[in-house]
Design a protein around this ligand. Structure first.
Ligand code: CP
Ligand code: NVA
Length: 306
């Protein structure tokens, strides 16, 4: 059952995730039926990092539900001048009906959730990107009809997106294989939790350094940038280390013939993904981006319409 907040897919049951998918599907098919669902409600949107998709999809999404989004950038709040997260959460709760936050430390979102009396939605932290993974599995479900027993291969950096995809896979009944260089593995604690869930839900969560091994029999091949927000200074070094993890046409050919290519975006063509793969018919990256809107509308509706 959903609690107050949306912080990590690890917190949800398979039924919770399925309920979001079903609602998102209905909302996507009949958006007009939900025009006044969150009438007059305000979503405060804290962004300590930049964003195209998250910012626009949340702002448009709350608007389409009858409410308003309030963009609060890195320099717009007193946080930068030492006001605590706890006080910020308490104050925003007096004005807004929900808070969406994109932060560096995951603890910032956790603290917001602890001290806010309104729902808090994780719009990406250094550790997790749950809204992305929900949209991703919803997109695969749309394309393939069902998810149970399918395999997703994630190739690249063991980052926030990889973590949420691992948590999500177990809840939707998919196998996931993650291939990263040895020094860029997913967080061991996340891996442990995902593997424990994999046992419960009877799926495989695997890690390897071998990209070809990961994509074998994969229905979906997924990658993300090699240097995430906050790691810009490491970019040149990472580009060298990650070179053999590029999702090339050759790597795609080792997956299933009908394999889909996904990327949370923004993408760097000819770094983590070859331009010819990114722009191929197998690539569903823009449907994936669109579905951020529909799934997040379902998330806001679920948390804020109480
Ligand atoms: N995928 C994603 O979250 O994109 P933005 O950084 O543009 O929000
Ligand atoms: N891993 C990337 C995802 C961007 C949506 C980052 O954190 O920058």
């Amino acid at each position: 059952m959903f609690g107050k907040d949306f912080i990590s897919i690890h917190d949800f049951t398979p039924d919770d995730v399925e309920a979001i998918f079903e609602l998102a599907k209905t909302m996507k098919a009949n958006p007009a039926n939900y025009r006044t669902s969150l009438s007059g409600q305000v979503l405060a949107m804290i962004f300590q990092k930049p964003s195209t998709r998250t910012r626009v999809s949340f702002e448009v999404g709350i608007y389409q539900l009858g409410g308003t989004g309030l963009y609060l950038g890195a320099n717009d709040l007193q946080l930068g001048r030492g006001e605590t997260i706890a006080d910020t959460a308490r104050v925003l709760s007096r004005y807004a009906n929900g808070i969406m936050a994109r932060t560096f430390g995951h603890d910032v979102v956790m603290d917001l959730a602890q001290f806010a009396t309104v729902p808090v939605i994780n719009g990406l932290t250094d550790l997790l990107h749950p809204c992305q993974a929900v949209a991703d599995y919803f997109t695969i479900r749309e394309k393939k009809g069902n998810l149970r027993g399918l395999k997703l291969a994630y190739v690249g950096d063991g980052n926030n997106v990889a973590h949420s995809l691992m948590f999500g896979a177990t809840k939707v009944g998919m196998h996931i294989a993650v291939a990263t260089p040895k020094s860029y593995t997913p967080d061991p604690n996340i891996m442990k939790l995902a593997k424990a869930d994999a046992k419960i839900f009877n799926v495989k969560v695997e890690w390897t350094t071998d990209a070809e091994q990961a994509v074998r029999d994969a229905d979906v091949v997924y990658t993300d940038v090699w240097a995430s927000m906050g790691q810009e200074k490491e970019r040149a070094r990472r580009v060298k280390i990650f070179k053999k993890y590029q999702v090339s046409q050759r790597l795609m050919s080792k997956a299933r013939p009908d394999a889909l290519f996904m990327h949370c975006l923004p993408a760097h063509r000819d770094e983590e993904v070859a331009a010819e793969v990114m722009d191929s018919p197998q690539s569903i990256v823009f449907d994936e981006a669109e579905n951020r809107l529909h799934t997040q509308k379902a998330i806001m509706y679920t948390l804020m319409r109480r």
